[in-house]
Each structure stands twice: as structure tokens, then as C-alpha cells.
Ligand binder design. Structure first.
Ligand code: NAD
Length: 471
């Protein structure tokens, strides 16, 4: 067991609690550390601290707020090695991937800190001058999942703070530790109360969603929880940004360049062991390329090393938690029972931990669970099609609409088809790629609103129009 203490961060202070969360190492299935479990009273304290800090922070010039956030970025960078080791241990991903997540978070902070809310003017030569200002909302509640605990926390917190809001963040109880450390680092560079971190699961999460002292929720997680947050937040009409589940389809047309696309399809399907909201989760391949693409993906999958985060050769880690592991295994069994054939993987190895091999599954079709449900794990169903229109219709089935892609040697034709995907992001010969300056969000039930870039920053603001007399 790690003996380093972890604390909640309330009003800039480390705070303990009588309750505790045992944090499981996904590579062993056993607890390796613990942290305090916040009470509802501590959530109230955190919200009160955030409310008290809000006016001063909102009145701080935005360049000074941006400087403070850049100092936080620098502190995270200085502590990258320790943070990555802790993140790898609690999340399961290889240390190198965890370093990539921490480095990516620093990169995101730097890019986001350069954004500024824009003041627009409506000019009417005969009438008054109208200015459109963007003001902070107040206290933002942030609720994060376990797949990219640090990256997603940064995605929420940095634009919220930059826009002048204060924040109460609750990480997933599966992966709270690195986020608590970042809260501790933030206390050194931000005024007390501006950024608070509490822990817990449904009780504290829905406590945040119901809280009358919170003005907006930014949530990344499952669609079901998103619905609950929307219901709970209705009492005080909370603003919402919801980044929810996806079941992204990729469509490979008959003229695609197999050599060029297979490595990219592979990484967009299996990155983070498939635990990425906008990973490829259904791969539709034209019948003329079907056998070749599936076989080539299976070769890469079979050669990949799945192992513990601290393993020298590990390229992919275990599933993050028992529930996800059981779910992925059940999907594999259901696929086998319904005629699916694994070209690689398909069976969890014996032994400890939540390991599941990278698995390529053929002879599957729409209507099977592995195609219709979001697996959020390392099984890629490869589905045959003959008519691109039919593939598009199948890609657009279901409640999700996060991302989608079309792969072809004719980018113009691919773009025309990609734009008919019912998804918040569409890629050509690419998938999952995101940028701090490009808005990202879900269509249909994959979410509400967007993150990143100017549009993402605007989500942490309220429009105020100012009408001025001319002259
Ligand atoms: P989850 O919905 O189970 O949990 C996410 C967070 O919500 C956790 O912090 C949890 O404690 C909290 N929570 C649970 N019940 C709550 C409630 N009633 N009220 C308030 N908070 C509550 O999701 P997960 O299993 O941690 O993450 C996996 C899901 O997240 C997948 O569906 C995945 O697609 C989605 N995801 C989406 C994106 C995106 O950007 N769209 C990114 C990553 C993950």
C-alpha cells in the first residue's frame, strides 16, 4: 500500500475525512492506496468556498488569471514523472501513456490559456450601439470519469477558470488520486477557494448536480449519468456541458489504401485499451477489402503487448475496473454465442487483474450487442458492407452521435459521405484526433454543448448585451 497521504482540497487547504475510498490497482485487482471520501457537508464547504472566491476571481484581469493557469501548467510539468507514475498505477495505462496524458494536459493548458472571450458589436448606423459581452457564470461543478482522469479534469477546469468562474471538481472514485495531487499543486498558484476537489461517487455527484450554489455542470461520462445530472440540475436551471458515450463508426470504402490506413485504424480503435469516448467502436469495411483489413488488424492486435502499467514492454494496460472488465467479457461471450469469430484475442487470460487482449471480431452484424452497444474496451467488431449508402445508414443507427469517419483514396468523395454522418465530429482517413482549438462534442444523445477552442470557452460564460446610446 502507498503510505503517502491524499487529501480533499477545500478553500485552498488539505482536508481529511472519516470515510475513505480504497483505490484498486487494475493490474492486480487489489487496493494499493486510499484517499478520503467527502461528506455532503464537505461538499457544502467546497461550494461555499467557491462562492466566496468567485467575485474576486471574476474581477481579476483575464491576463492575470491566464498567468496563474500557466503557472499551474508549469507545476504539473515539473511533477510529470511522479504524477504519471501515480496515474499509471490507479488507471492501469502504461507509464509511457500516462506521461503522454500529463504532457498532453500541460499542452492543453498552454493552448487554452491563450483564448479570450470576445466582445462583439452590432453596428446599426441609425440605432443604438449594441455590445455583446461574455461574463462568467459563477461556480462550475465538474464531474470526471476514469479513462483519462487528468486530461479530462484539465479540459473542464482550465476554460472554466480562465473565463472567471470558480470550480468544485469531483473525480471518479476509481481514479481520484492524481486529480487530488493536481488540486494540491493548484493551491500553490490559485487564490483559496477558486479550485476545490472533493471525492465520492453517486451521492456526491448528484449532490453537485442538485446543489443550489452551483451554476453549471460540466460532465464527462456515460449517457445514463448525463440524463440523471440533467434531471438533478433542473431545480436551479443549471447550464450543462455533457460529453457522453459514443459508438463511433468508421466506414472503409473500396478504394481505400490498406497499407496506409490499417495502422491508423488500429490505433484509433485500441488506444487506451479502447477506453476512449471517440474511439472507433464499429468498423464497416467494404466487402472487397474486408478479409484483408480484418486480417491485418488482427496481426497488429496479436503482436501488441498487454501488461501492467509498470511493465517495461507493456503497450496497453488492463481494463480500468471490475465492472468494465465483466462487461467486456460478457460482450465477447455474447458475440461468440451469436456466430462472431475472433481473429485475435476474445478471451481473458487467467490470473489477477482486469486484463483482456486486443481482439478483432469478424462475422458480426448490426443487432448484435457488440455492435449496438458501446464496448469501451479492446474488442473491435468488423462488419462487412457492399453499398456505402447502407453502411452510412447503419453508422447512423442508434442514440449516439459522438464521432465518425470515412476512409478512402478520394478525400472529396469521403468528405461528402462523412458530412452525412450524424455526429459531432467527422474525420476523413483519421479518427479520434482532437485539438485544443477545435470544438468537440456529441450529436444526438452523445452530449450537449462542446468543449475546446473559442466555442468551448463560451460555454463557461453568459451573454450580456449592452445597449449604448449612439454618439
Ligand atoms: P459514469 O457515468 O459511470 O461516471 C462518470 C462520473 O460520474 C464519475 O465521477 C461518477 O462518480 C459520477 N456519477 C455517477 N453517477 C452519478 C450521478 N447520478 N450524478 C452525478 N455524478 C454521477 O461513466 P464512467 O463509467 O466513469 O465513464 C465511461 C463513460 O464515459 C463511457 O460511456 C464513455 O463513452 C464516456 N466518456 C465520454 C467522453 C466524451 O468526451 N464524450 C469522454 C470519456 C468518457
Amino acid at each position: 500500500m502507498l503510505d503517502t497521504p491524499f487529501n480533499l482540497v477545500i478553500n485552498g487547504q488539505p482536508v481529511g475525512s472519516a470515510g475513505r475510498i480504497d483505490v484498486i490497482d487494475p493490474a492486480t485487482g487489489r487496493p494499493f492506496a486510499h484517499c478520503p471520501l467527502a461528506t455532503i457537508e464537505q461538499l457544502d464547504d467546497a461550494v461555499a468556498a467557491a462562492r466566496a472566491a468567485f467575485p474576486g476571481w471574476a474581477a481579476t484581469p483575464i491576463d492575470a488569471r491566464a498567468d496563474a493557469l500557466l503557472r499551474l501548467g508549469a507545476l504539473i510539468e515539473e511533477n510529470q514523472a511522479d504524477l504519471a507514475a501515480l496515474l499509471s498505477r490507479e488507471q492501469g495505462k502504461p507509464v509511457k501513456s500516462a506521461q503522454g496524458e500529463i504532457g498532453g494536459a500541460v499542452y492543453w493548458i498552454r493552448a487554452t490559456a491563450g483564448l479570450r472571450p470576445k466582445v462583439e458589436r452590432i453596428e446599426n448606423p441609425e440605432g443604438p450601439v449594441i455590445e455583446i459581452h461574455r461574463k462568467p457564470l459563477g461556480v462550475v461543478g465538474s464531474i470526471t470519469p476514469w479513462n483519462f482522469p487528468v486530461m479530462i479534469a484539465i479540459w473542464h477546469v482550465i476554460p472554466a477558470l480562465l473565463a472567471g468562474n470558480s470550480v468544485v471538481l469531483k473525480p471518479s472514485p476509481n481514479t481520484p488520486l492524481t486529480t487530488l495531487r493536481i488540486g494540491e499543486l493548484a493551491s500553490a498558484v490559485l487564490p483559496a477557494g477558486v479550485f476545490n476537489v472533493v471525492t465520492g461517487d453517486v451521492e456526491i455527484g448528484s449532490g453537485i448536480a442538485r446543489h443550489p450554489g452551483i451554476d453549471k455542470i460540466v460532465f464527462t461520462g456515460s449517457t445514463g449519468t448525463g440524463r440523471a445530472i440533467m434531471r438533478d440540475g433542473a431545480a436551479n436551471l443549471k447550464r450543462l456541458t455533457l460529453e457522453l458515450g459514443g459508438n463511433d463508426a468508421a466506414i472503409v470504402l473500396s478504394d481505400a489504401d490498406v497499407d496506409a490506413i490499417v495502422p491508423r485504424l488500429f490505433s484509433a480503435s485500441f488506444g487506451n485499451s479502447g477506453q476512449i469516448c471517440a474511439a472507433i467502436k464499429r468498423l464497416y469495411v467494404h466487402e472487397s477489402l474486408y478479409d484483408t483489413v480484418a486480417a491485418r488488424l488482427a496481426e497488429l492486435a496479436a503482436a501488441a503487448v498487454v501488461g501492467p502499467g509498470d511493465g517495461a514492454d507493456s503497450q496497453f494496460g488492463p481494463l480500468q475496473n471490475r465492472r468494465q472488465y465483466d462487461y467486456v467479457r460478457a460482450l465477447a461471450e455474447d458475440a461468440k454465442a451469436n456466430g462472431g469469430r475472433f481473429l485475435s484475442g476474445g478471451e481473458a487470460p487467467d490470473g489477477d487483474g482486469y486484463f483482456f487482449p486486443l481482439s478483432v471480431l469478424v462475422d458480426v452484424s448490426d443487432g448484435m450487442r457488440i455492435v449496438d452497444e458501446e464496448q469501451f474496451g479492446p474488442i473491435l467488431p468488423v462488419i462487412r458492407f457492399s453499398d456505402p449508402e447502407d453502411a452510412l445508414a447503419r453508422a447512423n443507427r442508434g442514440e449516439n452521435g459522438l464521432g465518425g469517419s470515412v476512409w478512402s483514396s478520394d478525400p472529396g468523395a469521403a468528405a461528402a459521405l462523412a458530412m452525412r454522418l450524424e455526429s459531432g465530429s467527422a474525420w476523413v482517413n483519421d479518427h479520434s484526433t482532437i485539438s485544443p482549438l477545435v470544438p468537440f462534442g456529441g450529436a444526438k444523445q452523445s452530449g450537449i454543448g462542446v468543449e475546446f477552442g473559442q466555442h468551448g470557452l463560451d460555454e463557461y460564460t453568459q451573454i450580456q448585451t449592452l445597449r449604448l446610446p449612439r454618439g
